[in-house]
Design a protein around this ligand. Structure first.
Ligand SMILES: Cc1ncc(COP(=O)(O)O)c(C=O)c1O
Length: 438
């Protein structure tokens, strides 16, 4: 009996069916009919049915320098054939080259790296270290934060959907988020005097032992819907954190590696020098690598031993170093600032056209649209957001969503796109908004 070659549609259906059959249902996919990705190149992705998409989400804010960028993949391929694994028990040239480069590009005296395979582990390592180094066990995090998928990281995370049974957030207290569009204190910037920053002090005095090991925050809250604080926020919080003995941990898993424009790390936009930076996602442009970077003094305070089987793997280290080199060689932090600024202008023009767009926010190549049914009441519009995602996919554009209510569109294209790519993305987005049914 001869087997018939699979048609594109049947390949797609089979992958979707097997995904349902063999993966955990909690691992949700986008779209009513999920998109089965086949291949990708720079800003484009193709599904197994042969449809081409302009990718403005990059996995989840991960493809910083373009899908399968040959300047990165060529180095990965060479390393795979040379030396693939050592564990942290043996030094290798790739891990030290990456660590040296990170010491060069990180702000302040951040000089020492601990490598992991994910952002979750990077945050775990940061909290562990802070608790060993600091005056207490207490951690302050922010509401609307997303910190990862382990039990501790879920305890830091502040979205109900990610904190179901089994999450024990011992020693973690959550301050209000600097979410100006939906101010938790019902105030208005700048008359508010950035009162949300002072909530950190109130929380330390009432919800902790009175001193803290660390404060951890994303410079722009990613999963939260690219919540962008007022410029003074982190400076005020930094002073409070230091007054109560804490370390300042900047979770750069989404904002890192030039994503916000001009600077390497998001926290630099707010003129604060953190004690610890955690990163992952676009650090490897799609390979699983993360890092916890701190000062020599703090790194020396880690008690006992630690290993990571895959952290600092030669292949992922080579990839991360290659990503940094591409960003440097092609001046992508500047491109992100300029083209990201252009993207922002075009999004604001769409806001003027569609009342559904309540807020436009973000920085560089990290821009969000918060969709609301009514601009006065700000009632979230999650159903319309889903419709927009579906219409954009049908029109050949991939975009992400986020926000507590699932009503925020997240745009995070590769940092090497041009203004012409923005024009095309905006044309497709415009068409998709026009097709939304009330
Ligand atoms: C800000 C932030 N921190 C940590 C994580 C966890 O990273 P990972 O999924 O690589 O474990 C994420 C993932 O989305 C994130 O957005």
């Amino acid at each position: 009996m001869t087997t018939q070659p699979k048609t594109a549609a049947s390949r797609s259906d089979e992958a979707i069916r097997k995904h349902k059959e063999f993966l955990w249902p909690a691992v949700a996919n986008y779209y009513q009919h999920p998109l089965v990705a086949d291949r990708a190149s720079m800003q484009y992705l193709w599904d197994v049915e042969g449809n081409k998409y302009l990718d403005f989400f990059g996995g989840i804010v991960t493809v910083g320098v373009g899908h399968c960028n040959p300047k990165v993949t060529s180095k990965i391929k060479a390393q795979v054939d040379k030396l693939q694994h050592t564990s942290t028990l043996f030094p290798n040239e790739a891990i030290v080259a990456l660590a040296e480069k990170l010491a060069e590009i990180t702000p302040g005296k951040l000089q020492k790296s601990f490598f992991t395979s994910s952002g979750t582990e990077a945050n775990e390592a940061a909290i562990l270290l802070a608790r060993m180094a600091g005056p207490s066990y207490d951690i302050v995090a922010l509401r609307h934060a997303y910190s990862g998928s382990s039990a501790l990281a879920k305890g830091l995370t502040a979205h109900a959907a990610y904190r179901k049974s089994g999450v024990i957030g011992v020693g973690v207290s959550h301050a209000v988020s600097p979410y100006c569009y939906r101010c938790p204190l019902h105030l208005k910037y700048p008359d508010c005097g950035v009162a949300c920053a002072n909530d950190v002090e109130d929380l330390i005095q009432t919800g902790t032992s009175g001193s803290i090991a660390a404060f951890i925050a994303e410079p722009i809250q990613g999963v939260g819907g690219f919540i962008t604080p007022p410029p003074e926020y982190f400076k005020i919080v930094y002073r409070i954190v230091k007054n109560y003995g804490g370390l300042f941990i900047s979770d750069e898993v989404q904002t890192g590696f030039g994503r916000t424009g001009k600077k390497w790390f998001g926290i630099e936009q707010w003129e604060v020098t953190p004690d610890i930076i955690t990163c992952a996602k676009s650090m490897g442009n799609g390979v699983p690598v993360g890092a916890t970077i701190t000062t020599s003094e703090l790194a020396g305070k880690f008690q006992g031993l630690t290993i990571s089987t895959f952290g600092g793997n030669p292949v992922t280290s080579v990839a991360a170093r290659a990503v940094i080199e591409v960003i440097e060689e092609e001046n992508l932090r500047e491109n992100t600032h300029v083209v990201g600024g252009y993207l922002r202008q075009q999004l604001e023009a769409l806001q003027a056209k569609y009342p559904l767009i309540g807020d436009v926010r973000g920085m560089g190549m990290m821009q969000a649209l918060e969709l609301v049914r009514d601009r006065a009441t700000k009632e979230p519009a999650p159903a319309e957001t889903n419709q927009l995602l579906e219409r954009a996919r049908a029109n050949g554009l991939l975009i992400g969503k986020g926000g507590l209510h699932g009503n925020v569109i997240r745009l995070a294209p590769p940092m090497n796109i041009s203004k012409a790519d923005v024009d095309e993305g905006i044309r497709l987005l415009d068409k998709s908004f026009a097709e939304i049914k009330a």
